[in-house]
Write a protein that binds this ligand. Structure first.
Ligand SMILES: Nc1ncnc2c1ncn2[C@@H]1O[C@H](COP(=O)(O)OP(=O)(O)O)[C@@H](O)[C@H]1O
Ligand SMILES: [Mg+2]
Length: 248
């Protein structure tokens, strides 16, 4: 059984049907990619899978448990993390404080940690380790707003990792990054995929084709194609959209 499974998800806003009937399965230990044109319903799909919207029909299962209609908070607590297409950081706080407040160990004790110096230190050590993992060692006390755009995108991923999730959803992580930032992110996600199950929405096909074990194409509210990068290479939609830019 897949770690995460969505079956025949239907989602509409008023009269507008955004997801007609979407079924997806994400295997443990794999990196799954989702592609599709703007407005295809990819972000809406993430919103349904992570609890922001309940589907009108369909079932979402995580680790064998039916999580359909549960709140984002409940779903997060079960081990599902996401980072957002729009950034979601505390800009006045330091890089490390952004991680500390998101740590599973800190969240579990509400705010009592601030009064407990011993645990406080452990939390900062744990957060520093995450900063190292995402390539931000040395930037611990830098106020978030002074980090570069690429560093803030990495920090967002660090905040998601702080919850110690079993599965990580990333919505267009390369958005706004230049070539160098994209290369750095490719390395980071390439490292993370050794440790954690990842699902990525991404319009940068080059990025996705290098990383993904399996890719699903969402169009017209349906999954119109699915397979390994090699299998999808000849897909007409992929061919049209990539303009010959796929990695060799
Ligand atoms: N909260 C919402 N209320 C109404 N319509 C929405 C809402 N969220 C998304 N939509 C609509 O759903 C469609 C798909 O949007 P989205 O999921 O953001 O697409 P994608 O991420 O593939 O670009 C769009 O037409 C958008 O306007
Ligand atoms: Mg989107």
């Amino acid at each position: 059984m897949a770690l995460f499974e969505a079956t025949q998800i239907h989602k509409r806003f008023g009269d507008q049907v955004v997801l007609e009937s979407v079924s997806l399965a994400f295997e443990e230990g794999q990196l799954s990619g989702i592609m599709g044109p703007n407005g295809a319903g990819k972000t809406t799909c993430f919103n349904v899978l992570t609890g922001r919207f309940a589907p009108n029909r369909g079932v979402v299962r995580f680790a064998g448990q039916d999580i359909t209609g549960k709140s984002p908070r409940e779903i997060a607590r079960l081990g599902v993390a996401r980072s957002f297409q729009i950034m979601n950081l505390f800009n006045d706080d330091s890089a490390i404080d952004n991680i500390v407040v998101a740590l599973k160990s800190v969240q579990a004790q509400a705010w009592s940690v601030w009064r407990d110096l011993g645990r406080h230190t452990a939390a900062y050590e744990e957060a520093a380790e995450i900063l190292r993992e995402i390539g931000l060692a040395g930037k611990e006390s830098m106020p978030c707003r002074r980090l570069s755009y690429g560093e803030r995108r990495a920090l967002e991923i660090g905040v998601a990792l702080a919850a110690r999730p079993r599965i990580l959803f990333l919505d267009e992580p390369t958005a706004g990054l230049g070539a160098e930032g994209t290369t750095r992110l490719l390395e980071l996600v390439g490292r993370l995929k050794q440790k954690i199950t990842i699902v990525i929405i991404e319009h940068d096909m080059n990025f996705l084709f290098r990383l993904a074990d399996r890719i699903s194409v969402i169009h017209w509210g349906q999954v119109i194609a699915q397979g390994s990068p090699a299998e999808l290479r000849d897909n007409p939609w992929v061919q049209r959209s990539s303009l010959g830019g796929l990695p060799a």
